[in-house]
Design a protein around this ligand. Structure first.
Ligand code: C5P
Length: 404
């Protein structure tokens, strides 16, 4: 299922050069399954035409509050009652100032004022020159609008149409879509700090060779994203992976199991949830050669000695905070067979309240997975689905089990 399936989004455009990105945003929303009704201010029509937005949204665009197409001539009521969310992108400085005062002298501001506040979220994607953005009046308005219940998204940073460089660009369409999807997720971990390990580790043999595994990090990154969508402050400690960081998630890149161990131990004290999805190498080469190991004339293989790596999850699970339930620990088990038996045994061995089993070879690198959740009392199967969908379900299961 697409992330915005069955969602009806009213997309408001106000006057600003970032209107050119609204065309792409409209397409991106529709691609995620949403239906989109565009409402533009008169100023927005100076930057992009209603024809473009109608063609992309497949719906006639509204500009005027006197639009006679509505039988009751109350477009502001009708449009706001149909919406699952009102997204204003770009939201100009002037439009935000207007909203703040509850003014309603055009259709878009009228509709925002008329929306049922508890049912229809209002999301603003600001876009303006950097001086306008940092002006105390704008910053004050952002704070007040947030207090009034609007979700004011971040701004981007970089080159601006005016030739200046700084904060104030509108976020990219894909970023806005991700933030909108997140806004629809229940805030089950609001105020929590979540630490996730993800991906493989890399254990060096010499400067050019090493030992690693097939973990892609996708499941761990999906959990980090889902936890952030659920309102948590999330840090992901990532082994070497080729994945982009989910929006709003803090990322710490590491290479070896020892690096990962150090990164986890220095951060886990503040966390209330620890999810260990990383496929950590059990062993490392005892003496890493400083120079590339050369073949010998006799053809002997190098004599490699191994040392056991620290068991990160095992150590965290033994800590006082984990034992008292202040820190909720979740382990993963990637098996090739007899999943339930091994998952139950691993849960007890690691001493964690929840262990998630999956079939390693079937899921490494894939966008899909199937999970088996094992706790002290039950075994629950979450059937095959997209990793993000599974991650959201796992987050809900974690939230439900947390004591503190
Ligand atoms: O011991 P095993 O590798 O089978 O256990 C898997 C679980 O333990 C996963 O949650 C994994 O992230 C974690 N683990 C760890 N440190 C290790 C080995 C595994 O945190 N050195």
């Amino acid at each position: 299922m697409l992330d915005l399936q069955n969602k009806h989004i009213v997309l408001g455009l106000t006057g600003g050069i970032a209107c050119y990105k609204a065309a792409e945003l409209c397409r991106a929303l529709i691609k995620q399954g949403a239906s989109v009704q565009v409402v533009m201010t008169e100023s927005a029509t100076q930057f992009i035409t209603a024809v473009t937005m109608q063609a992309l949204s497949n719906r006639a665009v509204y500009v005027s509050q006197w639009d006679a197409r509505e039988p009751n001539n109350m477009a502001h009521i009708n449009l706001s009652r149909e919406a699952d969310a009102i997204l204003v992108a770009p939201a100009s400085a002037d439009f935000m100032a207007k909203l703040l005062h509850g003014r309603a002298d055009d259709l878009l501001s009228l509709m925002c004022l008329a929306r049922p506040v508890s049912e229809v979220p209002l999301i603003l994607a600001p876009a303006m020159n950097r001086e306008m953005w940092i002006n105390p009046a704008t910053q004050r308005n952002v704070v007040q609008l947030t207090q009034d219940g609007a979700l004011v998204l971040d701004v981007g940073q970089g080159d601006q149409a005016c030739g200046e460089t700084g904060d104030g660009r509108m976020l990219e369409p894909e970023e806005i879509v991700q933030d909108l999807i997140a806004a629809f997720q229940p805030k089950l971990l609001a105020g929590r700090k979540v630490l996730v390990t993800a991906g493989p580790t890399y254990e060096a043999i010499d400067p050019v060779r090493g030992i690693t595994n097939l973990s892609s990090g996708k499941m761990g990154f999906a959990i980090a994203r889902a936890a952030h969508e659920a309102g948590a402050e999330v840090t992901v400690i990532a082994g070497p992976v080729h994945l982009s960081t989910p929006r709003g998630v803090i990322r710490v890149d590491v290479r070896s199991a020892q690096d990962m161990h150090g990164a986890v131990m220095s951060r886990v004290k503040e966390a209330s949830v620890f999810v260990a999805t990383a496929a950590v190498a059990d062993w490392r080469v005892s003496h890493v050669a400083e120079q590339k190991i050369k073949k010998t004339a006799k053809g002997d293989a190098p004599d490699l000695q191994f040392t056991e790596n620290p068991d990160i999850l095992g150590e965290v699970a033994k800590s006082g905070r984990a034992q008292s339930g202040e820190l909720f620990c979740v382990g993963f088990a990637a098996e090739s067979h007899d999943l339930q038996k091994y998952a139950q045994a691993k849960r007890e061995k690691k001493g964690v309240p929840l262990l998630v089993g999956n079939i390693g070879p079937a899921t490494f690198g894939s966008d899909e997975n199937a999970l088996l959740l094992v706790d002290a009392k039950s075994v629950q199967e979450i059937p095959k689905a997209n990793k993000l969908e599974l991650a959201r379900k796992l987050v809900a299961e974690i939230a439900q089990r947390m004591k503190h």
